[in-house]
Write a protein that binds this ligand. Structure first.
Ligand code: SF4
Ligand code: FES
Length: 208
């Protein structure tokens, strides 16, 4: 097809369909690249903020975030070069220093797949009290990696726009309305945020 873009993925000749990212082409060919700010669910768009999906592009100095990078004709992409795999492990270690992710979460699953069992980096986040003000969802921002999937789900899929991000630099955090406890916010209790959160920062409360 005229609009398809030929490139190589791990040495294999492939083509990208119009608009596809490297990550999408890799998935189509059975190579799952780690990802967190990209949910992987249909309709979620990549945010490109976590850097867990970086790959090596031959001839480029910097690694490319595969979830937001579109292939160019003739590009040679290595998803698992030593440079890319090491960078992804470092990203994961930094995330684990930033957040106390739940052991059964998507983030913890990726850490296991990547062989990351601990972090070399000092903790950058202190434990925070869990907000249990909502009748069905607990909010533990100690586990938040700021991937913004909950913001996207709330704002773009269910059109509630209750969740946002406030603060800058090391002080940014997820907030409900103008930093209200979740249970006192305008949350409509659809659960889209807890369903997509990859770390256990937003979880459905288990029955006692
Ligand atoms: S609460 Fe969960 S989904 Fe929302 S930004 Fe934090 S880690 Fe991502
Ligand atoms: S999944 Fe690509 S930057 Fe987060």
């Amino acid at each position: 097809m005229a609009d398809e873009i030929p490139f190589t993925l791990d040495g294999r000749a492939v083509t990208a369909r119009p608009g596809e990212t490297i990550w999408q082409v890799a998935m189509r060919h059975g190579t799952e690249i780690p990802h967190l700010c990209l949910s992987g669910e249909p309709d979620f768009h990549p945010d490109g903020n976590c850097r867990l999906c970086v790959v090596d592009v031959v001839g480029r100095r910097n690694l490319a975030a595969s979830c937001i990078t579109k292939p160019q004709p003739g590009m040679q992409v290595m998803t698992n070069s030593g440079k890319a795999a090491n960078a992804r492990r470092t990203v994961m270690e930094l995330l684990l220093a930033e957040a106390d992710v739940a052991p059964e979460s998507e983030c913890a699953r990726w850490a296991k797949v990547m062989g990351v069992t601990a972090t070399r980096y000092p903790r950058t986040q202190h434990s925070l009290p869990v907000d249990r003000s909502h009748p069905g969802i607990d909010v533990d921002l100690s586990a938040c990696i700021h991937c913004l999937r909950c913001v996207q789900a709330c704002r773009e899929f269910v059109l509630h726009d209750v969740i946002g991000m406030s603060g800058r630099d090391g002080h940014s955090k997820i907030i409900f309305d103008f930093d209200a406890p979740m249970g006192q916010s305008t949350c409509a209790s659809c659960g889209a945020c807890a369903q997509t959160c990859p770390t256990g920062a937003l979880t459905f409360r288990r029955p006692a």
